[in-house]
Design a protein around this ligand. Structure first.
Ligand code: B12
Length: 248
C-alpha cells in the first residue's frame, strides 16, 4: 500500500523542512527560500520561519505538499533481524545456551573522542530506560573508553577471551570512520583472528548494510538501545558456539 507524508489529513502529502541558505537576510529572503522548495518539486509552499542566524546566513522553516508516495513493503535492505528479548530473557538465554558469561570488549577507536554512545550501550545505567551491559549478570564487560588504538582494543579482546568486540564511531567527517573501521578489520585479518569475534559497530551514521559492507557482523545506528544489541549478541554467540560444538 502506498503511503504519503501526513500533515493534517491522511495522504495530504504535507512535509516540513528546515534548512539554511548562505545568503544575508533581506526583504526577499523569504521568497528565495520559497522558490528553492518549489524547485524541489513541492506545491503549496509556505515559509513559516525565515531568520538571520549570521550576517551572511538565513535559516528557514518551510512546508510544502508532495504527490510522491512509497510502498513500505517494496523497500528491501540488509536489516538486522533478531528475535527481540528483554533483559531477563537475555540473561536466561545466555545461561542456558552458553553456560558461562558472555564477554564483551568495547571502545570508540582511533581518533574518535566520543564516549557517550559506547557508554550508553555498556555502562550500568544504560540508555533510554534500558540497562547497559554492565548490569547484566551474565555478561562480562570491558569498556575501554575513547581514542583507543585498534591494536590496543584487539589485545584486550584477546587477553579477555572476548566473544564480541564493540566498536563505536561517531565522527564521519571526511570518511574518517571508514578509515578507522577498515583498519580494525584489516588488523583482525592480519592477525588471523577475524572469525574469533562477533564484530559489531555502532554510531549515528552506521546501519547494518554499511557495517556488513565493511566486513562487520552487524551495525547499529541512532537511538540504539542496549537490549537490541544484547539480543543480537546472545543469539549470535550462542549460534556460533553451537556450530563449533557440532564441528568438534
Ligand atoms: C558531546 C559531543 C562531543 C563531546 C564528546 C564528549 C564525550 N565524552 O563523549 C566533545 C566536546 C569532546 C566532542 C568533540 C568533537 N565533536 Co562532537 N558532538 C557531541 C554531541 C553534541 C553529542 C554526542 C552524544 O553524546 N550523543 C548521545 C549518544 C547517546 O548518541 P550517539 O553517540 O549517537 O550513540 C547512540 C548510537 O549512535 C549508538 N552507538 C554509538 N556508538 C555505538 C557503539 C556500538 C557498539 C553500538 C552497538 C551502538 C552505538 O548507540 C548510542 C545510543 O543509542 C554531537 C552532536 C549530537 N547532538 O549528536 C557532536 C558531534 C558528534 N561532534 C562532532 C564533531 C565534528 C566533533 C569534533 C570533531 C569537533 C571539533 N572540531 O573539535 C570533536 C571530535 C573530537 C574527536 N577527536 O573525536 C559532529 C560530528 C559530525 C560528523 N558527522 O562527523 C557532531 C555530530 C556535531 C555536529 N553536528 O557537528 N563532541
Amino acid at each position: 500500500m502506498i503511503v504519503r507524508p501526513y500533515g493534517d489529513t491522511r495522504d495530504d502529502g504535507m512535509m516540513q523542512f528546515s534548512f539554511t541558505l548562505p545568503i544575508a537576510y533581506s526583504v526577499k529572503a523569504a521568497d528565495v527560500g520559497k522558490q528553492f522548495v518549489e524547485k524541489l518539486g513541492f506545491r503549496d509552499v509556505g515559509v513559516a520561519e525565515c531568520k538571520a542566524i549570521d550576517p551572511e546566513f538565513t535559516f528557514y522553516v518551510a512546508y510544502g505538499r508532495t504527490e510522491t508516495g512509497i510502498d513500505p513493503d517494496k523497500v528491501k535492505g540488509d536489516y538486522l533481524e533478531v528475535e527481540a528479548m528483554d533483559y531477563y530473557a537475555i540473561n536466561a538465554f545466555i545461561k542456558e545456551h552458553l553456560g558461562r558469561k558472555l564477554s564483551v570488549v568495547g571502545a570508540a577507536i582511533e581518533s574518535d573522542a566520543h564516549t557517550v554512545g559506547i557508554d550508553a550501550i555498556l555502562n550500568m545505567k544504560g540508555f533510554a530506560g534500558n540497562y547497559g551491559f554492565e548490569r547484566y549478570p551474565e555478561m562480562e564487560v570491558v569498556n575501554m573508553g575513547s581514542q583507543i588504538p585498534c591494536e590496543q582494543l584487539l589485545r584486550t579482546a584477546l587477553d579477555r577471551h572476548a566473544d564480541a568486540i564493540l566498536v563505536s564511531q561517531i565522527v564521519t567527517q571526511k570518511n574518517i570512520h571508514v578509515q578507522n573501521l577498515t583498519k580494525m578489520i584489516e588488523l583482525l585479518e592480519a592477525e588471523g583472528v577475524r572469525e574469533r569475534f562477533v564484530l559489531v559497530v555502532g554510531g549515528p551514521r552506521i546501519n547494518n548494510a554499511f557495517a556488513k559492507e565493511l566486513g562487520y557482523d552487524a551495525g547499529f545506528g541512532l537511538r540504539t538501545t542496549p537490549v537490541e544489541v544484547a539480543s543480537f549478541l546472545a543469539q549470535e554467540v550462542a549460534r556460533r558456539a553451537k556450530n563449533t560444538a557440532k564441528a568438534t
